[in-house]
Design a protein. Sequence first.
Lengths: 536, 135
Amino acid sequence: MSEKKNREVILESGIPIKPVYGPDDIAQMNVARDLGKPGEFPFTRGIHPLMYRARPWTMRQYAGFGTPQDTNGRFKFLIEHGQNALNVAFDLPTQMGLDSDDPRAEGEIGRVGMAIDSLRDMQVAFDGIPLDKVSVSMTINAVTPIILAMYITVAEQQGVLLTEVRGTTQNDILKEYVGRGAWIFPVEPAIRMIADTMEFCARSVPKYYPVSVCGYHIRESGATPVQEIAYAFCIARAYIERVIARGLNVDEFAGRLSFNFDIFGNLWEQVAKFRAARRVWAKLLRDEFGAQNPDTMQMKMIAGGGGGGLTIEEPENNIVRGAYYALISALSGAQTMALCCFDEAYTIPSEKASLISLRTMQILADEMGLSDTVDPLAGSYYIEWLTNEMEARIVAEMKRVDTEMGGVVNGVSKGLVQAEVARQALLYEQKIQRGEMVKVGVNKYRVEGERASQDVELHQYKPEATEEQLRRLAQVKAERDASAVQAALNRVRADATAGVNIMPAMLQAVRAYATVGEITGVLKEVFGEFREPVRW
Amino acid sequence: MMTDEKPIRVLIAKPGLDGHDRGAKVVALALRDAGMEVIYTGLHRTVEEIVAAAVQEDVDVIGLSILSGAHLPICEKLFTKMRDAGIADKPVIVGGNIPVRDHPALRALGVAGVFATSSELGAIADAVKKTARTN
């Protein structure tokens, strides 16, 4: 009995938890100052006064595979079943700036997302999808200026005004160096191109969210929940500083920064993490950057996931995990939600698995009362205490990045952030292997023998997609005006070298049907390539 | 305990375009803690670069980490290049998102061990030691 009573509980972020919390634990708290009302500074309770009562969260499952036609079909399937936004996955060659006919693309075409070589592919992918109505998020980073230019062009060809084009590009290169690994260029020119897209959108495509800063992949790579938020905020701060240095006022653009965060692990820790994060972000924007507009201070986020929590063992258990992650996301006031599908520990999701994830979110929103009232956990002794504790630790971790790593740009360039995240990943793995952290079906209640994976119908990779993609690329290259392509690539080279905003040159290049690989090739000539600091 | 046995040298490699390196780094750290000399290639290495590194570093075992699903084409190419370089006898262990249905094909190519995500670190270290010794 006494053993059970004294069981130690320490959250992943290192916070020891008592069995009972009461009024004394939040005695120092000032409700008006620390919580405020929903939709008001410091936005602890959410960024809108009515939250889901006015409008449920956006449901945005990640999708994309094979050719642009295949992906177009999956997009339409999800929209038909009530999904109101898209989240586009690109294949690795596209993410790495390689055309489908590049030898390094072999075996990877259309495998983990759709293949995009030229504007023609983008036109096919969004055929019949109205870009002024469906909000599209694109998971693209190193080659964002190219893909964004294609997207804007397709929207314009659909008759959508630039001022009405909506959507999001992930476009967070600093986190790619820490986790996920889809980097191409050295750190400085890569950040410069992010600032180019932010400046361009602020001036010309005002409804577009050019950057979604991702704590998600940093957490997936091993960081604790506190580090996830702290590193993401340090990264966001670095981008904001670059844009301010170009003469823009913070209120002209920072309201169009959004965040992408991860959900797995302890429920209470995650909810407190997001409530604390909103408070930290609001104070940072007001106090450090002098923001005046409340919209600038609001931390907008897609929160979901959480791939790191899913298991290859007994994959159907991941359906249950996904439902809890969605619950956490709704209790945390996310603007947008996406869930990893139950088969994602194996491969990209099947149609059936995607639909189960979408239905999970719909059941929460429409059956379980999650849209009824704003921030329902507010006022809980435990949640408020934990929110305060998470806030203090996030702020301390951000300071540590500045004092011990020389800021996040230096820390990433030298591999210091990566080494810390890898160290945390090893500690996490050791905790699981020692049974200190339980994963059901993995280190507790494990069924030995044949893995349940045999029962799951997995998405099948279609090698035929490669043929079709190569055929279209060859056709585009044969039909386009070669001198217009050359002129456009020359301008990309000139503008990249001169340091002027790269976006006008990108628009000219994609409209001439220059390919992702050709444009990236020119940028590599000018910028060189990132040399990974292998430090672990 | 004294030993004059040379430590096992392992190359942990990330072939192709996949950028997920959490598993590669965790395994690299765990093998180092288990007393081995570990060389990690970093991301986005071509098969040719990996074979060259294996020759240059004179490793006992090559470990590949692949999470994109492209393990079969990558391993096919790797074994061809290893034969060309005269190191076809070096054991290769593969880890990552590898569906059970692909295990026989990988073994037929010559892969000495396959480790799915969530495999025990101790089991991976044991397999590396065993393949290094029997070689």
